[in-house]
Design a protein around this ligand. Structure first.
Ligand SMILES: [Ca+2]
Ligand SMILES: [Ca+2]
Length: 83
């Protein structure tokens, strides 16, 4: 009887584990697109300062800041990747 019980339960357990794994994978998946200008502009003044940007944008901040006023306007941002 023990063998029959295990054989019956195994697909159920496997399905449960797969479901949990899928949920966990979805939860940990990074956002597909980078944040929009509006999302990065935390104080809503229509320009991005160094404390509002992160990652590659912060690393290349001075390169993107073509008028060297210490902030990035939407026009100075590189175009988002098109799909
Ligand atoms: Ca801002
Ligand atoms: Ca600028």
């Amino acid at each position: 009887m023990k063998t029959v019980f295990s054989a019956t339960m195994l697909p159920v357990l496997t399905a449960s584990m797969l479901a949990l794994f899928s949920l966990n994978t979805l939860a940990n998946e990074p956002p597909r697109s980078p944040p929009s200008f509006e999302q990065m502009d935390a104080n809503g003044d229509q320009v991005l300062t160094k404390d509002e940007v992160q990652g590659p944008l912060l690393n290349d901040f001075d390169r993107f800041d073509t008028d060297h006023n210490g902030s990035l306007s939407e026009a100075e941002l590189p175009a988002p990747p098109s799909h």
